[in-house]
Design a protein around this ligand. Sequence first.
Ligand SMILES: Nc1ncnc2c1ncn2[C@@H]1O[C@H](COP(=O)(O)OP(=O)(O)O)[C@@H](O)[C@H]1O
Ligand SMILES: CC(C)(COP(=O)(O)O)[C@@H](O)C(=O)O
Length: 278
Amino acid sequence: MTGDSSRAFVPGHVTGFFSVHEADDPEQAGSRGAGLTLSEGVTVEVEPAAETSMQLNDEPAAVEAVTRVLSDLGVEARVTATTDLPVGAGFGVSGAAALGTALAANRSFECGRSENELVAIAHAAEVEAGTGLGDVVAQARGGVPVRLDPGAPEYGRMDGVPARTRVEYLTLGERSTSEVLAGNTDRLSEVGVDKLVRLVEEPTLPTLMAASREFAREADLLTPEIAGVLSEVEEAGGEAAMAMLGETVFALGNGLSRAGYDPETCETHPSGATLKMD
Ligand SMILES: Nc1ncnc2c1ncn2[C@@H]1O[C@H](COP(=O)(O)OP(=O)(O)O)[C@@H](O)[C@H]1O
Ligand SMILES: CC(C)(COP(=O)(O)O)[C@@H](O)C(=O)O
């Protein structure tokens, strides 16, 4: 153990549509689908400690995926995560915290793992915690990730939409990812695979947004509030969709502000998760 603290930045990730793929091995389980990684994300600091503890935005917090990563690496640490993103609203904050913890702990404790191995550890931790299926691999890649096959890097095939754009988002409330994933996801997955086929045929941002809007509607995930915001953005000539899984609308360019809302703004993130310089 070096005793040094290490930091990593992991972009946020909003999923537009997805399908669930179960497997006994958490590295082979996951989701297929597509979304946007965001320049807003989670900064994670890991310091070796006698006993594991975690803080999220200066409050003590329990993120199961993070504690699973530390026990998989066999280390005890104080994890400090900070983010401007809302938690539990579809931005993959739990996946980002898990991946950032894996990258930073590997450096602090000189665990000697490769990037793919650390992504696999964070992915498995997130799947086992029930808080996400595809955020970690998307956040490791960056850009506009398309998850062609589910699972950790050894299994999941990835592609991307070659685009970079300003993004606006508006969060109306929280939705528990683990509750939705624990329910029946058959219909949702059928629709998700359909939308993936469409995006692969035409890998552009407008197709991603249209497919995501259709997914939310056809998979029965839209709330009346979200549906209302989506139609106002559409009427104002913009492109918006619902973030999976949260009460959040994300839009390209100035789609939400043009429709009269007061959203947060960021951009797609051009690259994946990275360690920070000391
Ligand atoms: N203030 C908070 N609000 C919501 N979740 C929180 C909070 N603090 C910690 N958590 C934990 O963060 C994780 C959020 O996961 P999830 O619902 O998948 O949201 P996200 O879309 O941000 O990943 C869960 O493990 C939850 O227990
Ligand atoms: C949609 C979700 C299953 C959950 O995403 P979040 O609520 O942001 O943790 C995601 O991990 C995915 O597989 O696409």
